[in-house]
Write a protein that binds this ligand. Structure first.
Ligand code: 16G
Length: 240
């Protein structure tokens, strides 16, 4: 019900009501929403107001639009707990999703000042530069750029990184991946992210930077990832 005397804007009230119906499961992923015109008539509000409510829910990842077909309820966001140091493959499998990668770039390059500093190696030492799209059930979730010292991790190939990088490092090379520090910030998708993550201009993304270390404190990888903010949320547990 819309309360026209409420100080809360009408579009906001409508968006909150739809959100509740999605969260309660009354509206299921894939369900089509009635046309904006129908909502407007039924609730005696303007189509502009309906559109504003729906735009907000599209931006928040609750709904998505399909050209010529209408507006639909989106899949629930994937929630990642920021507690254990896990790989993409492990995260997806834990949710019952099938992980896969699309390799965009794989090269050994001389470390720049910045990369050398991140990996605590000398400038111009060889590093792997790997760019992968990470998918869950064939849906692109993140775009990941990884730098790893080629003198430390031997034998990485395109074939290897089509599968789990962490698994190769631990099981084939016998290293112990021990800890990581990570930063998380919001940004707007770049052209490259828009293209590869299949998102529209202006959609927010979550930028993650991770430094991962081996047991003895040796830097293993420096990673920059862009996660779709409409499909992903991160949970942080805190103890006081
Ligand atoms: C995650 C890590 C990334 C790591 C990758 C290994 C974040 C932000 N990044 O995507 O640092 O390289 O897992 O995944 O979580 P893999 O073992 O499946 O190749």
């Amino acid at each position: 019900m819309i309360d026209k005397s409420s100080p809360l804007p009408i579009y906001y009230q409508l968006a909150e009501q739809l959100k509740k119906r999605i969260e309660s499961g009354e509206l299921q992923p894939g369900d089509a929403l009635p046309a904006e015109r129908e909502y407007a008539e039924q609730l005696q509000i303007s189509r502009m107001t309906v559109r504003q409510a729906i735009n907000n829910l599209v931006n928040d990842g609750y709904l998505y639009r399909q050209k010529g077909k209408g507006t639909f309820v989106a899949e629930k966001k994937l929630e990642q707990q920021l507690v254990g140091l896990t790989s993409f493959t492990e995260d997806m499998k834990a949710r019952g999703l099938v992980p896969s990668s699309r390799l965009l770039h794989f090269k050994i390059v001389p470390a720049t000042d910045k990369i050398a500093d991140q990996l605590k190696i000398n400038k111009y030492e060889p590093v792997y530069e790997i760019v992968r799209i990470r998918l869950a059930d064939d849906v692109p979730m993140a775009l990941e750029t990884v730098y790893i010292s080629a003198n430390l991790v031997i034998g990485l190939t395109e074939e290897v990184i089509h599968h789990s990088l962490y698994q190769y490092i631990e099981e084939k090379l016998g290293f112990t991946i021990s800890r990581a520090t990570q930063t998380l910030e919001a940004a707007l998708a770049s052209e490259m992210e828009m293209k590869h993550l299949n998102i529209k201009k202006g959609v927010p993304i979550l930028l993650i930077e991770r430094h991962t270390f081996l047991e003895d404190g040796v830097p293993l990888e420096y990673v920059k990832s862009s996660y779709r903010a409409d499909r992903y949320k991160f949970t942080i547990n805190m103890n006081r």
